[in-house]
Ligand binder design. Structure first.
Ligand code: PHE
Length: 354
């Protein structure tokens, strides 16, 4: 070994290391390369040991070169080790190329593929159907607001402060004194002011919250579909005709129905629209509390104070409004017994319900 040949042999060794590292597949492969090139019996160690045969004057230079090469090789191996450790720990989690928009099992083969092609949530499916029915009748859809002020939930609807009927809505309140809206009627005056002109036909869908104990037929969170129709000369029979047309289209059959008075401060007169119980055909069962009837829609002729609040002169215009609990109607149409199953995210229910 001379100063002339040492550079060439060190370069050859470094190249061999690089070639071997480019072929490794596991941590063990790298450990093998490490012991082959830097271990006790490695070429490098042998080179260091053979320094004693080198002429004394060349020893420091050659020794430094070998040590320098050893350091370089060790650091390449260290780098390869840390890359491989990262890769192996990623492989262990089965997280390779992550597609954040994919179903879970795509990124993790330990999770079985239970998603199939997926299905629409029953509530969303029925919201779409209801909106289809109303848009065919000429109504424009709007989405409701979930967080609302007292003004739109109550005052604008003919329920000034201290009005006893406010209690009927079991409202939640935020620390800022806003209300997670308890009905979609909060949108009535908003929509009137937005559309401004008659004929006004709007259908509003939205999520509502009430401070209610949860059981098979009550949820603290639920959906309503609200409608508004304002024009000159709108009558109660227009209202009943519209609601009947909707109910029949929704249930896909002629639903036997009846009307009884109902009290809502923002309509006058107010009605409740009841349909014959589809579970027992009116004979009486637990779903209809043995009355044979289900309360489907609350409705009425818009109160003059509300029309005025929305910018419509009650001397010229009249109109009707209705509101219905979407969840209950979805349950009735699909034979779902417990409202909680709509929110439990149980994939077996979601896939079998429609
Ligand atoms: N907002 C009423 C409710 O939550 C329903 C309703 C809407 C009644 C519009 C009349 C007119 O019960």
């Amino acid at each position: 070994m001379t100063i002339k040949t040492i550079d060439r042999s060190l370069a050859a060794i470094t190249k061999q290391v690089a070639t071997k590292l480019s072929q490794v597949k596991t941590l063990e492969d790298i450990y093998a390369v490490r012991s082959e090139f830097t271990g006790k019996t490695s070429v490098l160690t042998q080179l260091l040991q053979s320094l004693k045969d080198v002429p004394t004057e060349d020893r420091p230079t050659i020794g430094a070169k070998v040590n320098q090469a050893k350091k370089e090789i060790e650091s390449i191996i260290e780098r390869a080790l840390s890359l491989m450790m990262n890769r192996e720990s990623l492989l262990k989690d089965e997280v390779r190329d992550i597609d954040v928009s994919a179903p879970f099992h795509t990124n993790n083969s330990k999770i079985p593929d239970f998603t199939g092609i997926g299905s629409m949530h029953p509530l969303q499916y029925e919201i779409n159907r209801m909106l289809d029915i109303f848009t065919t009748m000429g109504f424009t859809p709007f989405e409701g607001r979930e967080l609302e002020t007292d003004y739109y939930v109550f005052d604008s609807l003919n329920m000034p402060k201290e009005h006893p009927a406010r209690q009927n809505w079991d409202t939640f309140r935020t620390e800022d004194n806003l209300i997670p809206t308890p009905h979609t009627s909060n949108m009535q005056v908003r929509v009137m002011r937005h559309l401004k002109a008659a004929p006004l036909r709007a259908v509003i869908y939205g999520r509502c919250s009430r401070n209610e104990a949860v059981d098979a037929v009550h949820g603290h969170t639920f959906y309503q579909i609200e409608g508004l129709y304002i024009d000159k000369g709108v009558s109660i029979s227009n209202m009943i005709g519209t609601i009947s047309a909707f109910v029949n289209a929704f249930f896909d059959k002629n639903v036997t129905s009846k009307i009884q008075p109902g009290y809502f401060p923002f309509v006058e007169p107010g009605i409740e629209y009841l349909g014959q119980c589809p579970f027992c055909d009116g004979k009486g069962c637990s779903s209809c509390k043995h009355t044979g009837w289900l309360e489907l829609v609350g409705a009425g002729m818009i109160h003059p104070n509300v029309l005025r609040e929305g910018g419509f002169d009650p001397a010229v215009y009249s109109g009707f409004a209705w509101g219905l609990g979407l969840d209950r109607m979805v349950m009735q149409r699909n034979g779902i017994q417990d409202i909680r199953s709509l929110f439990a995210s149980d994939i077996r229910f979601l896939q079998s319900s429609l």
